[in-house]
Design a protein around this ligand. Sequence first.
Ligand code: 26W
Length: 784
Amino acid sequence: MDKNQFMARIQENLLTDSRTDIKSAAPYELHNAVARAVMSDIAAEWNESEKRHNSRRRAYYLSAEFLMGRAVYNNLYCAGVLDQAKEIFSENGIDINCMEETEDAALGNGGLGRLAACFLDSAAAHDIPLNGYGIRYRYGLFRQSISNGFQCESADNWLEHGDAWSVRSEKDAVTVEFADGAVRAVPYDMPIIGYDRKSVNTLRLWQAESMGGFDFGRFDDQKYLEASEEDILAESISDVLYPNDNTEQGRLLRLKQQYFFVSASIQDIVRRYKKSYGSDFSSFAKMYAVQLNDTHPTVAIPELVRILMFREGMSFNDAFEIARKTFDYTNHTVMGEALEKWDVKLFKRLIPTIYEIITLIDAKREKEFAEKGVDSAKISSMAIIDGNLIHMARMAIYGSSHINGVAALHTDILKNDVLKDWYAIYPERFQNKTNGITPRRWIGLCNPELSSLITEKIGDGWITDLDRLSELKKFVDDPSVIDRFNEIKRIKKQQLCDYIKEHEHFELSPDFIFDIQVKRLHEYKRQLLNAFSIMDLYFKVKEHKLPDLQPTAFIFGAKAAPAYRRAKGIIKYINEVAKLVNNDPDVNGKLRVIFVSNYNVSYAEKLIPAADISEQISTAGLEASGTGNMKFMLNGAVTLGTYDGANVEIVEEAGWENEYIFGARVEELAKIRPNYRPKEKIYYTNERVKRVVNTLVDGTFNDGDTGMFGELFNSLINGASWHKPDNYFLLTDLEGYVDTKLRALYDYKNRNMFGKKCWMNIANSGKFSSDRTVKQYAEELWEL
Ligand code: 26W
């Protein structure tokens, strides 16, 4: 559609849906009118893509989370009408950014959910037949505000202004059976618009609804409340996203969510199969590949077996062989507390048939292991049903063709440590698929200024062929190009300053270095280590030990799981550090600290392009990959990080001279760990470390009498009954970290030298496109 048609459609939609016009419409009315115009514009292509993909082998991505972020600008951009929309808005005197107030689908916690969203974008941009299946949560990840330095949570009512980017597909509703009653699953389809409209794929999200609507029988018995109670219980399944990232709680409702969306999705896939290929299921695994995004959708394996056995009359063995060929499993974490184990009793109570099928699967495993000569101790220590617990990762590996890790180092740790018994039996099943990010959202959309410079230098194919960024290398010795890059970085910093001033009421200067750590709050990600490093710098500035330090702003953004007390204590600590530093006239010309509230995808799009330094400082071996690290690299920031996850591959691509790597490595930590005594060996002997750690308890700061800071101190120095002191090796790494950080801050003073490092990061970031990742999945796992 051209600009005039676009404008006409917007006006017509405003009139029909809101009885208003473009000059007097509210932002959400504009948003909905724009969305409807794009939806009708792509409708035919959407249908055509589905038909085209249905005639060949295709793949489905099952995920409990899709962290889509805001759809409107991305969809306008990918549909090729963003510039037209900008013109239409500005001609009518409206700021297109006003639509930022409307929707922002935060249907995920962090990396795993955002990865799923990037994969869908990449598949659509390259006409790869990949559709997503997930849950249409009524409330996404909670909204965060900061009050007196503490995190406060409130509900994320993302559907407040409707859902213009989805189509409810009543005719494809299915029934999901639980032992305590059935629930209706109604699909909502979101179009995934591939860049340049290469194809339009689908994300199908299931909403739970009650079966019968209102129960008038009960109403007649004067049991009005009970009648609506059943509705409420059924609908509560898709009510809210669990806000835990990396900790499993084993709750009944969570298991209901998992089985709910998995059963609906598998039923849907089976229905499609029968429609296209009839009732002979021998080609099922030839036509479909299904990727399990972590263990959360692993009940898909027994669910497919159940449907093939009880609805289609197949034997267990035949059904299981089809399932095993159909599924592949991605592991996203080695953290023990994140590995899902479900209580047998819960399964028996809620989904007894599925439980019975799992016993059959485990019996088959025993037999197969015995035939392979596995010794009996191993056979029982690797049990899927292990005493009272069902190990989902074990079922996922046994019931899949492949298992993959998400970065080279992570896959090595799976093979050699966490899953070594499984690797010994099925070495051919293990693969690596290093994560990636979509360049459309993570540079094209969020950094048009840098995108233009790149296009000016190497032409415009790079946005769907990111390896071409390597052609930028030849400009690294051209000071005028590096100057241009530095100017753009300053523009992005100024834009961020304006936004932070408006939203956080905090003033920042773009002349400061921007050192940014944004990600979920977790002890292993070590935001506390960053805060400690700032305290060390603070003391040094006070003592005049850092002459001519380039002024630096330390920016944090992170949500803590609401029940994760230590994580919340760390947020409070960072805010106390900020208060001290920002209000001390001796240092606040040199150091500033800010914790931005409600960090999410949209905030990331503003923060990441403005960063000079990307903080990626997890304890070595614990961050499976990281994907924020890649987004910063693509936008021209250097990495200050440990040798962990995908950082390893970032250094490999960009060169050691362009990153700042510090800290103990996986092998060193393995040696230190057994006899680690941080109190005696570091705290008591190292005054510099002691001074910083003591700020938790020596009265420098106030935790509002919650005891949180004392608990953090104890976790580092004394440990607790359930863990050793300093589990995440902050004390081991602190000095090396501060020294490396200082090296980066002083290097920055040479603007050309630092700009060249940033430039080399951009030029070498091609590998980290999710286009590359998805193509590898398509070729090496799904065999599309
Ligand atoms: C069941 C509770 C729960 C919830 C979420 C357990 C585990 C998770 C995810 C595995 C957490 C997650 O997002 N992991 C991240 O996945 C990213 C994509 O692969 C990686 O880049 C991150 O390193 C990893 O922490």
